[in-house]
Design a protein around this ligand. Structure first.
Ligand code: ATP
Length: 263
């Protein structure tokens, strides 16, 4: 299967302090991949390394067929990688429309700006209604929609979402997950960092668990969700309500992988 993103043995951090060690991860075309783990484990740092905000000290990052390791952030964005950061980082004193327009600053995106904006407004009708409103006056949920919309304005081949549901009410959280599902069904390739592990794994095809800067577990999202020991030890979830079937258990043992283990 064609990969949109392939990371091999990546080590990265801030100054002399490494945060990520030997991280390998791949995102297939038109799939959602979830990256989960407790606070401070390095998820945001990994997205920053992919988008070129920080430079890896070793390892490689390949987008499509091209090695982009060490390229500046604007050059990686130009390869079609859109990063929707945690905390949204909108321009509060600019309107919804102006914030969206800024997402299409690169020449190839600029030429499709009107079309992309229409797509964003179709996806988020609330943004169409509020297009002349200042971003700083939007509700938290609307700001998250705007942040995702701005990422989509790039016309990305990879959309990276960092904690899109953070700080939202259950109702708005659900709205964000419905949006991610819709993007998935339209064929968008997504790398999703999400503290709502259950929802993330329901949306994703495959998932990686990051612990202290290392990938400690990876596998098919539904296998991880079904495995009682994985749920409690790695995902911070309670065991599944119904015991897994014999077929389910077999799938679990073959479907997940602990990097670095001998099994
Ligand atoms: P959270 O969900 O809390 O954001 P995370 O898994 O995304 O957690 P990171 O934000 O990547 O974790 O942080 C990983 C480690 O890197 C933490 O120990 C954090 O203190 C450190 N760190 C993050 N940003 C910086 C920075 N700008 N300078 C120095 N250290 C940082």
């Amino acid at each position: 299967m064609r990969r949109v993103l392939e990371i091999r043995n990546l080590t990265a951090g801030y100054g002399d302090v490494p945060v990520l060690w030997d991280v390998s991860l791949s995102v297939p075309d038109r799939k959602v991949v979830a990256l989960v783990g407790a606070n401070g484990m390095g998820k945001t740092t990994l997205l920053r390394a992919i988008s070129g905000v920080i430079s890896p000290s070793s390892g490689s990052i390949v987008v499509g067929e091209e090695d982009v390791t060490g390229l500046a952030a604007h050059k990686i964005a130009a390869r079609g990688v859109a990063h929707v950061p945690e905390g949204r980082q909108l321009f509060p004193a600019m309107t919804v429309r102006e914030n969206l327009a800024l997402g299409a600053y690169l020449p190839q995106a600029k030429s499709h700006r009107a079309e992309s904006m229409e797509r964003v407004f179709t996806l988020f009708p609330r943004l169409r209604e509020r297009q002349a409103q200042l971003a700083g006056s939007l509700s938290g949920g609307e700001q998250q929609m705007l942040a995702i919309g701005r990422g989509l304005m790039l016309g990305p081949k990879l959309l990276m979402l960092d904690e899109p549901s953070l700080g939202l009410s259950p109702l708005l959280m659900n709205e964000i997950f419905v949006t991610v599902e819709r993007l998935r069904s339209e064929g968008m390739t997504i790398l999703l960092v999400e503290q709502n592990v259950n929802q993330a794994l329901l949306l994703a095809e495959t998932a990686y668990v990051l612990e202290n800067g290392r990938i400690v577990l990876q596998g098919r999202a539904q296998d991880l969700l079904k495995d009682p020991s994985v749920r409690t030890a790695y995902l911070g979830l309670s065991p599944p309500a119904e015991p897994p079937t014999a077929r389910g258990s077999q799938m679990n043992s073959s479907g997940t992988h602990h990097p670095g283990s001998n099994s």
